[in-house]
Design a protein around this ligand. Structure first.
Ligand code: ATP
Length: 452
């Protein structure tokens, strides 16, 4: 068996497999689509949930210092004014002066071999002029302007400035607004964290690269509250936890990179930020971020809402507003990394196959059960029996009696099913089944009794 998985996994192959096999479909496809939106099919939703549940288990359930919340997506507009999103959650936008297509200026630079990191909007425009960079359609580009990425909506029946709200562009603010509730209800010792998973929305100027840059996506975020004098140890510990999670996703360590964000690129309130990048098929790009946000967010609430955000150390009079370390994961980017890491093309007995080598705990289907022949009632009856046993135990078990066994194996390989169980005539004699391993394709005989 030769393994070509390490070499240049083509993005198109993954996108096509994701659609063909029911993982991810373009959003609103029957109506011609809606750019930047994606729908998860039966296998995709399970894969995504497996990733999210693993995260929740590792970062919340298995720990004593984490509290979960699930805040509303719509929040009071003051949240986004105070956080700075209304004024500064912007990307630089440039326009093709002939056909008026719009692009992110930093993306245009990147696509033309210029590193936009640390450049102001004026400097980006300067680089475009200096290098003679044109739009992808070959036309001159306009000077850049800022574009706010929040989706605006109105709450209630009145459409005025007081009814304005936004689809949240990050889940973090729903955590900060509940910090005081959690402290008052649970009085956790510092350091402690509040975790949230859920949808976030950004009106990206140019969504691209499959689900990597979407307009609607999910985040998994933690705000970890610390004593300011001890932030470094929590930062290091969380960085270690992040790597443990990525390892549990089955991402090869040599494709995961830490990028220490420089002073010029970091948000003004952050004292340290590490972007974790991954070697996606589209190149090395941000998978998640880990930021020390100081007391910026809680102080914003304290100053704007007029509510005290101080924490009192138990049994003392020592009070302060805690500082915050934020690991911020994007679910879509995790899904994309898992798909890319699992995607493998190899050869079995001279025949090419595509196999998704998901770690077993992430695989959307754990077992596939088939009768060797579907027109033999005694085989089908026995296979249904085995199917029920496995279904009760593992939940995600598939019944497949279409086509011949070879075709079923190919199909299961493409969706990453770790075990295929076949019931044949011998089963009727010895009450044993054949289990075929996805990765090695080895077949072993085990008794039905042992499957229970
Ligand atoms: P980028 O620079 O790639 O736009 P960002 O630095 O703006 O990302 P953050 O605001 O730090 O991203 O958001 C935290 C995480 O949310 C990111 O690391 C990423 O995993 C995810 N994320 C952000 N924007 C998107 C998007 N448009 N589509 C999918 N995931 C996203």
């Amino acid at each position: 068996m030769s393994d070509k998985s390490e070499k240049n996994v083509e993005m198109e192959n993954i996108v096509s497999l994701a659609k063909r096999r029911g993982f991810i479909y373009p959003g609103s496809d029957v109506y011609g689509g809606l750019s930047g939106t994606w729908d998860y099919g039966p296998l995709g939703v399970t894969l995504k949930r497996n990733i999210m549940q693993l995260w929740w288990k590792m970062f919340v359930d298995d720990r004593e210092d984490m509290y979960g919340v699930d805040a509303a997506i719509l929040m009071n507009q003051k949240v986004w004014q105070a956080s700075g999103h209304v004024d500064t959650f912007v990307d630089p936008l440039t326009e093709d002066t002939i056909n008026h297509r719009r692009f992110r200026t930093d993306h245009i630079l990147k696509d033309n071999g210029v590193d936009p990191d640390g450049l102001s909007m004026e400097q980006m425009d300067g680089a475009i002029i200096e290098k003679g960079i044109k739009s992808p359609d070959g036309n001159p580009l306009s000077p850049s302007r800022t574009f706010n990425m929040m989706f605006t909506t109105h709450v209630g029946a009145t459409f005025d400035e007081n009814s304005v709200s936004y689809l949240r562009p990050e889940t973090a603010q729903g955590i900060f607004t509940n910090y005081k509730n959690v402290v008052d209800n649970f009085y956790p010792d510092l350091p402690f964290g509040i975790a949230q998973q859920g949808k976030a929305f950004r009106n990206e100027i140019s969504p691209r690269d499959f689900i990597f840059r979407s307009r609607e996506f999910e985040q998994m975020e933690i705000e970890y509250f610390v004593d300011p004098s001890k932030w470094e140890e929590s930062f290091e510990a969380l960085l270690g936890n992040v790597h443990e999670f990525l390892d549990a996703l089955g991402l090869p360590a040599d494709k995961v990179h830490e990028l220490e964000v420089t002073d010029t690129d970091r948000a003004h309130y952050s004292k340290r930020t590490i972007d974790i990048e991954y070697d996606f098929p589209i190149g090395k790009e941000e998978l998640l971020g880990l930021a020390y946000r100081t007391d910026f967010d809680l102080m914003n609430i304290q100053n704007n809402a007029g509510k005290g955000m101080e924490y009192t150390i138990k049994g003392t009079n020592t009070k302060f507003v805690p500082h915050v370390i934020e690991p911020s994961f994007g679910v879509e980017r995790a899904v994309m990394a898992v798909l890319a890491a699992a995607y493998t093309e190899d050869e079995v007995n001279g025949e090419k196959r595509i196999v998704m080598k998901f770690p077993e705990h992430l695989a959307p289907v754990k077992y596939c059960v088939s009768p060797l022949l579907k027109n033999k009632p005694e085989l089908v009856a026995k296979a249904r029996e085995v199917y029920q046993i496995l279904k009760k135990k593992h939940g995600n078990v598939l019944w497949d009696d279409n086509g011949n066994i070879g075709k079923r194996y190919r199909r299961q390989d493409e969706i990453g099913t770790p075990h295929c169980v076949v019931i044949d005539f011998e089963t009727l004699e010895d009450n044993a089944v054949t289990i075929r391993d996805r990765d090695t394709t080895e077949q072993t005989r085990v008794s039905i009794e042992s499957l229970k």
